[in-house]
Write a protein that binds this ligand. Structure first.
Ligand code: PEP
Ligand code: MG
Length: 753
C-alpha cells in the first residue's frame, strides 16, 4: 500500500482532526452547517478531494447529506437503496470498501448529478453504532490509489464520532433528510409470548448508555480512565465469580468468559489505540463493542455468538462504570408503559406488576419464567423482537400486537388507526364477555361445562372475581418457588395458600404440588445434568425421591386450609404406584397434623394429573381409587406426538384437533366415566375456544384455563350445540381426516357463530 505524499494521519494527526471536529461541534450552528463543516474538515485533513456523508433517510434509503468536492446540487438529491452502488454496499454489509479504481468495482453505480466520474479511488466506511447502521462516510480522490491502513483506521475513528453525534441529534435541523434518528416507524416481528393488544409508550428496563463526549481532550487522562475502569471491572467480575454457585455450570461458564475478556490484552490494546487516535474512553469501548456486534450478526456458530454476547454485556458494564450511568437513569415511567428489554427475570417483572401495558423482549423464550409471569398478569408479551433495543427510545409511541407477534414502533397514522380499531373491537368483545360473566357455560344442547381458571401467583387472584371462573382448576405452586432465590419456609407457604383460599371465598382451588424439573429449574436447586430433562427427573419423581419439600408443602396446605375444604393433586403421575406413594405422603401428613392437634380439612380431595399416555392405560383400580383426574394437555400432547412443547420447530406440527389425539382424550373421558371419576382438562388448549368446544364435545365437563380465555370460551360454548359438534367430529373421523379442524371451522362458518 503506498502512502506517497500522504497527509499526516499518525495518531496525533487523527487526534488533530478530531480536535477540530470537536470545535466545529461546539459552535452553535444548525445541523446542515455542521455536516458541511465536517466534510470540509475531513477532506482538508486527509488531503483528499472529496468527502461525503450519506445518512439513512429510512431503513432502506441512503441520502447524500453533505459533501466537499461533489456537486453541491446533489446534496439531498442523490439517493440510493441499501445495497445499491458502493455506498449502499458499505451500508448493507457494515464493511469498508477501499478501491483504487472504483468505477471498475462490481456494483459501482454512476451518479451523474454528483460529478464523481473524475474520481478514481474510493474509501467508504460505515457509520454505525452498536450494530445499528446510520450511514456511510466516503472519501474519494482523482489519483488511482488504495487508501492506507492508517487512513482507513482514521476514517473509522471519525465515523465512530459521527455515529455518536448523529445519535445525539447533532445534525438535526431543517431539511427532510436531517430529521432526528429514531423517528421513523419500524415494524418488528417476534414470537408470541402472550396474546393481546396494547398501545403505550416505551419504557426501557435498562436504558442504554449515552456517550455525550466522544472526543478526548487529553488522551493521557482517557487512558487512565480506561485502565481504572477496567481494573474496577475485573474486581467486580472476580467478586461475581467467587459468589457464584459452583454447581451452576452455565453461570460459571458465562462468568469465566467475562473474566477472560476482562483480562484480554487484545481487547484492551484496541481500546488504547482508539484513545490514542483521539476517542474518549467511553467512545473507545463503544467502538469495539460495535465491531463485536457487527461480528455477532455474522457468526454462524452458536457458541461463539454467545461469547460475543458476553463481551457485549461486559462492554455495557464497562460503559456504565465509565459514564456513571446506572441501570436506572431515573427516566420517568409513562402512564401507559410498554416495557422493552433484552430479557427480564420473573421477580423483576413482578415488581413492575400490572402497571405495564405490554412487554417486548429482544430475547426470551415461550417457556421462560418471565413469560409465565406475563401470562399470569395477562400482559401482551412479544419475545425475540430482534433489534428493538437499538431502535426504541424511552417515551417512543409503541403498539404491541401479541396476537400476531408484531410490534409497531413509532407507528404512522394508518397503523395507529387500524390498531385502535382492533383494540376497540377487543374491548367490545370484552364487554360482551362481561355481560355473560355470571351466566353458566350451558351449550344449546343443554350440557353445562364448568369453566375454571389456572393460577399460580398472587397477581392472579383478582381474576377470580373478574373472569367469572367457577374456581381455580390448577394452582401451579411451583411459580412461588420459581420467583424466589431461596426455598420458601413452611410458614410462608401456609400464609400464602391461606390467602389464596381466602380470595377464593369458598370456590374450589386445586393445588398442584411442586412441578419442577424439565423447563422449570429452581434457581437454588442443583441443576441435574440430564440429556433429556422433559423425560427426566421432574415433578412427582423428585417429590417421591426427595420427599422433604413435598412433605413441607403438604403440611403447609393442610395448615392453610385450617379446617376448610382442601383439594390437592400430584403432577406427572405416570403409573398407579406413584399415585399411591404420593397419596401415602398425604395420609402421613394428615396423621402428623392430627397428632399435633391441628384442625383437619372438613373435606379433602386428592387427585392426579394425567400427563403421560401411560396413565391412560392404568388398571381400572387406579381410576377407582383416585378421587379426580386432571388432564395436563400440554405435557400429554408432547408425549403423545413425541414433539417437544418448547421446540418451535415441532411445537405446532401436530394439531390438538388431530383425530388421533381427540380420540385418545375421548377414551380417557370414557374410562373416567365408567368409574365415575371426575375428570377435567387444564392444558393451554382448554383456553382456545375451538379446541375447548371439541374437548367439551368429546365429553369433558370441566375445563381450566387462563382467566382471559373464560369469556371467549363461554361465548362460543353458549352458542353451540355439542351434539352437532360431536357429529362433525364423527364424520371427520369416518372420512379419515387428519384433523377435525377444517370440518369444525367450516361448520362454525355455517352456523355464523
Ligand atoms: C400441562 O402439562 O398441561 C399442565 C397444565 O402443566 P404445565 O403446563 O404446568 O406443565
Ligand atoms: Mg405439565
Amino acid at each position: 500500500m503506498k502512502r506517497g505524499a500522504m497527509p499526516d494521519l499518525s495518531d496525533s494527526g487523527s487526534r488533530k482532526l478530531l480536535g477540530r471536529l470537536r470545535d466545529a461541534m461546539a459552535e452553535d450552528s444548525a445541523g446542515q452547517e455542521r455536516l458541511d463543516k465536517i466534510t470540509h474538515l475531513i477532506a482538508t485533513s486527509m488531503q483528499t478531494e472529496v468527502c461525503s456523508i450519506y445518512l439513512f433517510r429510512d431503513a432502506e434509503t441512503l441520502e447524500l447529506c453533505a459533501t466537499e468536492g461533489l456537486k453541491a446540487e446533489a446534496v439531498h438529491q442523490t439517493r440510493m437503496r441499501l445495497g445499491e452502488g458502493l455506498v449502499g454496499r458499505v451500508a448493507k454489509n457494515g464493511r469498508i470498501v477501499n478501491s483504487a479504481n472504483a468505477p471498475q468495482e462490481t456494483g459501482f453505480r454512476y451518479m451523474p448529478e454528483t460529478g464523481e466520474e473524475k474520481y478514481s479511488s474510493f474509501l467508504g466506511v460505515p457509520i454505525q453504532r452498536l450494530g445499528e447502521a446510520l450511514g456511510v462516510l466516503v472519501v474519494q480522490s482523482k489519483e488511482a490509489r488504495e487508501y492506507s491502513g492508517d487512513e482507513v483506521y482514521a476514517l473509522e475513528i471519525v465515523a465512530m464520532v459521527l455515529a455518536e453525534m448523529t445519535e445525539l441529534g447533532a445534525f438535526v435541523g431543517e431539511g427532510a433528510a436531517l430529521s432526528a434518528r429514531h423517528q421513523q416507524p419500524v415494524l418488528f416481528r417476534g414470537t408470541q409470548g402472550q396474546e393481546g393488544a396494547a398501545e403505550g409508550h416505551v419504557f426501557l428496563h435498562e436504558p442504554r448508555v449515552v456517550v455525550t463526549k466522544p472526543i478526548a481532550d487529553d488522551p493521557e487522562i482517557e487512558l487512565k480512565r480506561l485502565h481504572d475502569a477496567v481494573d474496577q471491572l475485573r474486581v467486580s467480575v472476580d467478586d461475581l465469580l467467587s459468589n457464584a454457585s459452583k454447581t451452576d455450570k452455565d453461570q460459571l461458564q458465562v462468568l469465566e468468559a467475562y473474566r477472560m475478556f476482562a483480562n484480554s490484552r487484545g481487547w484492551l490494546r484496541r481500546m488504547e489505540d482508539d484513545i490514542s487516535n483521539g476517542l474518549s474512553a467511553e467512545a473507545a469501548v463503544e467502538k469495539e463493542q460495535s465491531v463485536a456486534r457487527a461480528r455477532m450478526a455474522q457468526v454462524p456458530d452458536a457458541y461463539l455468538r454467545e461469547r460475543l454476547h458476553d463481551l457485549d454485556d461486559l462492554s455495557n458494564r464497562l460503559l456504565r462504570i465509565l459514564t456513571g450511568q446506572g441501570t436506572n437513569t431515573g427516566a420517568e415511567m409513562p402512564d401507559d408503559p410498554i416495557l422493552v428489554a433484552r430479557n427480564i427475570g420473573p421477580g423483576e417483572l413482578l415488581e413492575y406488576g400490572r402497571k405495564l401495558k405490554g412487554i417486548v423482549l429482544e430475547e426470551g423464550s415461550v417457556g421462560s419464567h418471565a413469560a409465565i409471569v406475563a401470562r399470569a398478569l395477562a400482559i401482551p408479551l412479544i419475545i425475540n423482537a430482534k433489534g428493538i433495543l437499538t431502535e426504541a427510545l424511552n417515551g417512543d409511541h409503541i403498539m404491541v400486537d401479541g396476537d400476531v407477534a408484531q410490534v409497531h414502533l413509532r407507528p404512522d397514522d394508518n397503523i395507529v388507526a387500524a390498531f385502535r380499531d382492533k383494540i376497540a373491537m377487543l374491548a367490545e368483545a370484552q364487554t360482551r364477555y362481561a355481560s355473560i360473566r355470571d351466566l353458566p357455560a350451558t351449550a344449546r344442547c343443554g350440557s353445562t361445562v364448568s369453566l375454571c381458571m389456572n393460577a399460580g401467583l398472587m397477581a392472579d387472584l383478582p381474576s377470580l372475581a373478574g373472569s367469572g371462573a367457577e374456581g381455580v382448576g390448577l394452582f401451579r405452586t411451583e411459580l412461588q418457588f420459581l420467583i424466589r432465590n431461596t426455598v420458601p419456609k413452611r410458614s410462608e407457604l401456609a400464609a400464602l395458600y391461606a390467602t389464596v383460599l381466602d380470595a377464593a371465598g369458598g370456590k374450589r382451588v386445586v393445588f398442584r404440588t411442586l412441578d419442577i424439573g424439565s423447563d422449570k429449574v429452581l434457581p437454588y436447586m442443583k441443576p441435574q445434568d440430564e440429556p433429556n430433562p422433559a423425560l427426566g427427573w421432574r415433578a412427582i419423581r423428585v417429590g417421591l425421591d426427595k420427599p422433604g419439600v413435598l412433605r413441607m408443602q403438604l403440611q403447609a396446605l393442610l395448615r392453610a386450609a385450617n379446617g376448610r375444604a382442601l383439594t390437592v393433586m400430584f403432577p406427572f403421575i405416570a403409573q398407579f404406584e406413584e399415585y399411591r406413594a404420593a397419596r401415602a405422603e398425604m395420609d402421613k401428613a394428615i396423621a402428623r397434623e392430627e397428632k399435633l392437634g391441628h384442625v383437619l380439612p372438613e373435606k379433602l380431595e386428592v387427585g392426579a394429573m394425567l400427563e403421560t399416555p401411560s396413565l391412560a392405560f392404568a388398571p381400572r383400580k387406579f381410576f377407582e381409587e383416585v378421587e379426580f383426574i386432571s388432564i395436563g394437555g400440554n405435557d400429554l400432547k408432547q408425549f403423545f406426538f413425541a414433539a417437544d412443547r418448547e421446540n418451535e420447530r415441532v411445537r405446532r406440527r401436530y394439531d390438538t384437533l388431530n383425530v388421533s389425539f381427540l380420540t385418545f382424550i375421548e377414551n380417557i373421558v370414557t374410562r373416567c366415566n365408567e368409574t365415575e371419576t371426575p375428570v377435567s382438562f387444564c392444558g393451554e388448549d382448554a383456553g382456545r375456544p375451538v379446541e375447548a368446544l371439541c374437548l367439551a364435545a368429546v365429553g369433558l365437563r370441566t375445563l381450566s384455563m387462563r382467566p382471559a380465555s373464560i369469556g371467549p370460551v363461554k361465548h362460543l360454548l353458549r352458542r353451540s350445540n355439542l351434539d352437532d359438534v360431536r357429529e362433525v367430529i364423527e364424520e371427520a373421523r369416518n372420512r379419515g381426516d387428519q384433523s377435525v379442524r377444517p370440518a369444525i371451522m367450516s361448520w362454525l362458518r355455517g352456523q355464523k357463530i
